[in-house]
Design a binder for this molecule. Structure first.
Ligand SMILES: C[S@@+](CC[C@H](N)C(=O)[O-])C[C@H]1O[C@@H](n2cnc3c(N)ncnc32)[C@H](O)[C@@H]1O
Length: 403
């Protein structure tokens, strides 16, 4: 990495995590395998990407000719804004300070734009050496009019956006009605602002990171702000809950999950929980609890509550997504039940000090599994909270053979 950064202090909402080249390559290959012309004659905008750090810019610049791109635009966010937001101090790179267009007075304030569209250096090929750059008029915020104009010019938006602005970023893409491939956090897909897009098949998960684990590079050797997720051996931070999301087709989206019937699951499931507890109907939702995606019964016709990791395996020909347990996205059939008069207990019988007043939106199971905390009312009724769930049904019409 060309630039040394010093971290002045730890800040909570840090967005400075850089995507690895091989992860970008693996993901993009999935779209190309499905449609070799997916990027042909397209203008691609990378709106959070400074080539000094971003492998997105490097990847697309290196593959410009192979993909048949029309134009590559990469914009970066002002150093001053990053410094304000994340409390880093960035040193300017030689790339910038030695450039004939370097302007010290505006350099930290402004974002930059990098464009690749033709063989500038007359080398006989278009590649990263032909990237031209200049300062933007503003700070490079993707919400600025200047970058919005670039969005409108583009066919496809690709990046790992700032995690802390994910909702705004996705709205910004949809406002421009663009194709996109972006890195996301699986948890953010059930936000009430995002989930309807997933439910309505306007956005879905991409091919994915290896084994569901994503490793990102940091802009500094000071890893204070990434404690707990930094791996000293690799020098990378690890996130388990990262995914790609997109509205471009790829093959994995059409692969069918191989599933057993309910009775076979009850006999042969590898999950002890399924064999011991079976498929429990929620107390407040007209659905059964399916805590593992691979334990979805292939022959159940009603609604099922599944973990959000199901989205990585979701094939719209096989299943319909109905709703999720996130406030604002509940199924119509949800029983609006209040658990205000319930009190929380540990398995030892000691009070947790909590009441059930916040349980109403969670799927509640009318059981005591003997492991987790439970809630009990004065009549002796017991419930336990399931994790947040996505509610699905078999897509019977399109998937008649799935039994
Ligand atoms: C998760 S990092 C990813 C960087 C790069 N896309 C990559 O994957 O290597 C997100 C980047 O967005 C930048 N950023 C933060 N807020 C921004 C904004 N409002 N507009 C544009 N970029 C922003 C951050 O400074 C950071 O470099």
């Amino acid at each position: 990495m060309a630039i040394e950064h010093i971290i002045k202090a730890k800040k909570e909402k840090n967005d400075e995590f850089y995507t690895q080249y091989q992860d970008i390559q693996k993901e993009m290959n999935a779209y190309i395998e499905y449609n070799p012309d997916v990027f042909k004659d397209k203008t691609i905008l990378l709106p959070c990407d400074d080539p000094e750090w971003s492998n997105f810019t490097k990847f697309f610049a290196q593959n410009f000719e192979r993909f048949g791109l029309k134009k590559l635009i990469s914009t970066s966010y002002s150093l001053e804004k990053k410094e304000e937001k994340y409390n880093f101090v960035y040193q300017l790179s030689l790339f910038e300070t030695e450039s004939p267009i370097y302007r010290p007075k505006i350099s930290r304030k402004r974002g930059k734009i990098f464009i690749l569209s033709r063989d500038e250096n007359k080398s006989g090929k278009i590649d990263i050496e032909d990237l031209k750059w200049e300062y933007l008029n503003g700070d490079g915020d993707f919400r600025s009019d200047e970058v919005k104009k670039l969005r409108d010019e583009a066919d496809i938006i690709i990046t790992n956006p700032p995690f802390s602005l994910f909702i705004e970023f996705i709205n910004w893409i949809f406002e421009g009605n663009k194709k996109f491939i972006v890195v996301a956090n699986i948890g953010s897909l059930t936000y009430k602002e995002i989930f309807p897009l997933i439910r309505d098949n306007r956005m879905w998960l991409g091919n994915g990171f290896n084994g569901g684990n994503a490793y990102f590079r940091l802009p500094s050797n000071n890893v204070n702000y990434a404690k707990g997720v930094f791996d000293e051996k690799t020098g990378l931070v690890k996130f388990r809950n990262c995914c790609w999301c997109t509205n471009l087709e790829h093959g994995k989206r059409h692969q069918k999950l191989q599933l057993m019937t309910m009775s076979d699951n009850l006999k042969y499931s590898k999950h002890k929980k399924i064999k011991e507890l079976g498929y429990i109907k929620y107390d407040n939702y007209d659905a059964i609890e399916v805590p593992f995606t691979d334990a979805i019964p292939s022959d159940y016709d009603g609604m099922m509550g599944v973990p959000s990791s199901f989205l990585e395996k979701y094939n719209p020909e096989q299943f319909k997504i109905i709703a999720c347990s996130q406030t604002g996205c509940h199924p119509d059939s949800m029983v609006l039940k209040s658990y205000k008069d319930y009190k929380g207990f540990k398995q030892s019988g000691v009070s947790t000090g909590r009441t059930g007043s916040t349980c109403g939106h969670n799927p509640m199971l009318p059981i005591n599994d003997g492991i987790h905390d439970y809630y009990k009312n004065d009549s002796g009724d017991i419930v336990q909270s399931a994790n947040s769930r996505i509610f699905i049904e078999r897509n019977v019409k399109k998937d008649e053979n799935n039994s």
